[in-house]
Design a protein around this ligand. Sequence first.
Ligand code: DHB
Ligand code: FE
Length: 282
Amino acid sequence: MARIIGGLTTSHIPAIGNAVPREKELVNDPYWRDFFAGYPPVRAWVQKMEPDVAIVIYNDHGLNFFLDKMPTFAIGAAAEYKNADEGWGIPTIPPFQGDPELSWHIIESLVDAEFDITSCQEMLVDHGFTVPMQLFWPNYGYTNVRTIPISINTVQHPLPSPARCYKLGQVVGRAVASYPKDIKVVVLGTGGLSHQLDGERAGFINKKFDLMCMDKIVNDPESLARLSIHDLVREAGAQGAEFIQWIAMRGALHGKVSSIHSNYHIPISNTAVGVMILENAA
Ligand code: DHB
Ligand code: FE
């Protein structure tokens, strides 16, 4: 049977997409050093665990979905996912492999559980997806893993509640556990931590709240699922609401997980960066 081996989290700031190709020169740069120091343990874990599939829970920022048509929950069912120019100057990179069979199994499970998701047989993936995949599978190593994008709207209100995202993750977790193929699956939650890109509070960062979230996501995710979107916006900034992607990821893991790596760094661009490995109980 398929098995979820754990969850990985990271922020997905576009500036990182430009820094990744220059990582070797930037590891000694005072601005980037402590940021890049958070990733080697994740890369080592990925190499050791050899997941076959990465389910990437993130938010599209206007590349594939725009304000005219904004699904609350969208899931890819394509054989391949390409990225494209989003206007940040991030180089386009080779495409990502899909896993249509597992995608459809998850889609059927979600609809059966009364989630009215949007299934996408074509889907461009933006920095919310590509930056984390490049950070965890560097040097195009991501081309060896199959991927399933799940995009949760954090761009246009109303956004789904943390509780709803947690439940969606739980259904994804049960769907994987009932998939008959003997594969290892890792679930990514990307976005956050605290940041606000515009308005009066542009540049807002809340270290205390971020560290509380990184603590509770391990063994008390339900307390985070009880927050409202307004709580998240107030405490983490308008774009800090991206934390719902982490909550959905956590829903897909078994009840008990161990945090085997965690790194917090502020800021990159306008954002607090949190990186974690949550290993699922066997
Ligand atoms: C930034 C952060 C994001 O999450 C994003 O999607 C775009 C920009 C930033 O801090 O620059
Ligand atoms: Fe974002």
